[in-house]
Design a binder for this molecule. Structure first.
Ligand code: FES
Length: 168
């Protein structure tokens, strides 16, 4: 007597379950991937602006006298935004546009801010009594090297600096 073999037929209920689960997964992926991307995208990005900073018309900086200028920069790292203020001294040696020095006002010892002392013709650091000459070179005190400098350019009479200081 021949044995009747049961065919592996799927019930309507099982088929509906599988199709529903499949469609749910596909719809979840279609909707979820962009949302996940939107949520985690800022964490994967680190932005640091390297755009040139305008210090205004060159003519407002007198020759021979270090002139202070301050600006702020905002760095974006994921969801974190950090705004930091910076200060520089613009020193024009002559009318020549290539004869300019832009010095950081951060002491190279522990980053205190130096100030220009006109009578002494020096930048003085109040933290550990360091002193720099008008060119930013260490006169005395603990700083390991001269004040940092900024690359600059002049376009149509306006002075711009690159926001990344360079160690002198
Ligand atoms: S921070 Fe300027 S001398 Fe120490």
């Amino acid at each position: 007597m021949a044995e009747k073999v049961k065919s592996p037929k799927m019930s309507r209920r099982e088929f509906t379950k599988i199709v529903t689960a499949f469609l749910g997964t596909v719809m979840g992926a279609i909707m979820g991937i962009p949302i996940i991307g939107y949520v985690i995208d800022p964490a994967l990005k680190s932005q640091e602006s390297d755009a040139w900073i305008s210090l205004g018309p060159l003519e407002k900086y007198p020759i021979g006298a270090p002139t202070p200028f301050s600006f702020t920069l905002t760095k974006v790292n994921g969801w974190e935004r950090t705004t930091t203020s910076y200060g520089v001294f613009v020193l024009r040696h002559s009318e020549n546009e290539s004869d300019i020095k832009v010095l950081s006002n951060r002491c190279t010892h522990l980053s205190c801010r130096v100030s220009w002392k006109e009578p002494e013709q020096t930048y003085d650091c109040p933290c550990h009594d360091a002193r720099f000459n008008i060119e930013g070179e260490v006169v005395y005190g603990p700083p390991p090297h001269p004040l940092d400098t900024y690359a600059y350019k002049i376009e149509e009479g306006v002075l711009f600096i690159n926001p990344t200081p360079q160690e002198a």
